[in-house]
Write a protein that binds this ligand. Structure first.
Ligand code: C5P
Length: 219
């Protein structure tokens, strides 16, 4: 069984996907974390985010692993836990450039498909339903108004004690969605057979219940 959850930035995909996976006893895979880890590694090891071949060579040499601890995904690069570091503002602002390179996507999509071939997964990202797992039994396109997504991001950062400005977050989200939707390869797009779930004004529990219900209808 494979569940694909795609959608724009800040729609709550990871929180929702993680909880759905826990409820259904499936493995949660956050593919955005893989693109983020590639971006962080490029930044720390001096590889230009515009240099596709350098990025691919880097990905071919590093050991990128995802592990689940207490239901939460942790990300490691060559054994170093980078789970928090990949959420930085700098990585967030650059990740869409890295993710637009075909050689980067080829490598990471291959890893994603290999994981999904061994386990029942709930995988979240931008192109899971359209490209990574086109045969997923359930596809959900999760969205929310841009204002709500920026508000949620602000709250999340404030809870971590990070200062941020609403208008700036809104612009960053808009820009990232634009880049992700306009890229040539596997752009952010709702799959034809995906169910659109608008989470504006909904609680996390409501959204999780809805997806678990959709899953029940499929089995
Ligand atoms: O999901 P998250 O916001 O962490 O994703 C970070 C970035 O990684 C996205 O803005 C997008 O550029 C890229 N991404 C992608 N394909 C995916 C998942 C993420 O291109 N399946």
């Amino acid at each position: 069984m494979k569940i694909a959850i795609d959608g724009p930035a800040g729609a709550g995909k990871s929180t929702v996907a993680q909880r759905v996976a826990k409820r259904l006893g499936m493995l949660y895979v956050d593919t955005g974390a893989m693109y983020r880890a590639a971006t962080l590694t490029a930044l720390t090891r001096g590889c230009s985010i515009e240099d596709e071949q350098c990025l691919r060579d880097l990905l071919d040499t590093i050991d990128l692993t995802l592990e689940i601890h207490d239901g939460m995904q942790r990300v490691y690069v060559d054994g170093e836990d980078v789970t928090e570091a990949i959420r930085s503002l700098e990585v967030t602002r650059r990740v869409s450039t890295v993710a637009a390179h075909p050689l980067v996507r080829e490598k990471l999509v291959d890893m994603q498909r290999r994981i999904a071939s061994r386990k029942n997964v709930v995988m979240d990202g931008r192109d899971i339903g359209t490209s990574v797992l086109p045969d997923a039994e359930l596809k959900v396109f999760l969205t929310a108004s841009i204002e709500e997504r920026a508000r949620r991001r602000l709250q999340e950062l404030e809870q971590k004690g990070v200062k941020a400005e609403y208008g700036e977050l809104l612009r960053d989200i808009e820009e990232r969605d634009r880049k992700d939707s306009e890229r040539e390869i596997a752009p952010l797009k709702q799959a034809k057979d995906a169910v659109l779930v608008d989470t504006t004004g909904c609680s996390i529990d409501e959204v999780v219940d809805r997806i678990v219900c959709l899953h029940r209808e499929k089995i």
